[in-house]
Design a protein around this ligand. Structure first.
Ligand SMILES: Cc1cc2nc3c(=O)[nH]c(=O)nc-3n(C[C@H](O)[C@H](O)[C@H](O)COP(=O)(O)O)c2cc1C
Length: 193
């Protein structure tokens, strides 16, 4: 039985960032979640670091950023495992075609894909794809998205519009407010927000 004096802990969200031109939008997503009292940890792929540095993520989340499988902290448990245990919801935004494919296949070759494979069944998992329209409509990507959806992974977007590559169509990452709102909804479903 819980007493009314008990304080509710903050919802715990891992934001995964991959190598897309939309990676900068993940900075605003972290800010959105922190402003709603979420504890946020960020995991970046090596390619994400080509688009945006860890500095805004570290500063806004007030936590070190995980960038490598071999990043160490005080603990003996690898960070991708401790974060998989810690997370109430994991959101990958933006998610590249590459990372979506790896997760669909169970490939675990970096901190983010290892974390995805190590998630507890009850953890919410949201993916916000961002990619060129032809990459999005390729059969391989469509099949990977079907696999993930069938496993209970939530997908949001992509949205229509002008893409950084100059093409127009479906492929832009969904607006940060929509992705953040869906994370908050997934936390509410778990009585955590
Ligand atoms: C300028 C530039 C923009 C890119 N944007 C995207 C993108 O929005 N979506 C995507 O799926 N791949 C994009 N790519 C390709 C990915 O960066 C590449 O597939 C990479 O291996 C992804 O690695 P990651 O999934 O480990 O982050 C882009 C590449 C470049 C050079």
């Amino acid at each position: 039985m819980s007493s009314f004096l008990e304080t509710k802990r903050s919802p715990q969200v891992v934001v995964g960032v991959t190598g897309s031109i939309a990676a900068h939008k993940a900075v605003d997503l972290v800010s959105f979640l922190v402003q709603r009292d979420c504890a946020v940890r960020v995991v970046m792929t090596a390619d994400a670091l080509r688009f945006v540095t860890e500095v805004p993520f570290k500063t806004l989340s007030r936590n070190p950023v995980v960038k490598d499988l071999y990043d160490t902290d005080e603990d003996w448990v690898p960070q991708h495992i401790s974060l998989a245990d810690w997370a109430d919801v994991v959101v990958i935004a933006p998610a590249t075609a590459n990372t979506i494919a790896k997760i669909a296949c169970g490939i675990a070759d970096n901190a983010l894909t290892c974390l995805a494979l190590a998630l507890r069944p009850e953890t919410g998992f949201l993916i916000a794809p961002a990619m060129n329209g032809r990459m999005w409509s390729h059969e391989a990507t469509e099949e990977n998205v079907r696999i993930l959806t069938a496993r209970g992974v939530n997908m949001i977007g992509p949205a229509e519009g002008l893409q950084a590559c100059g093409y127009s169509g479906k492929g832009r990452m969904s607006p940060v407010e929509e992705v953040g709102a869906q994370v908050m909804e997934m936390l509410r479903e778990r009585n955590l927000a």
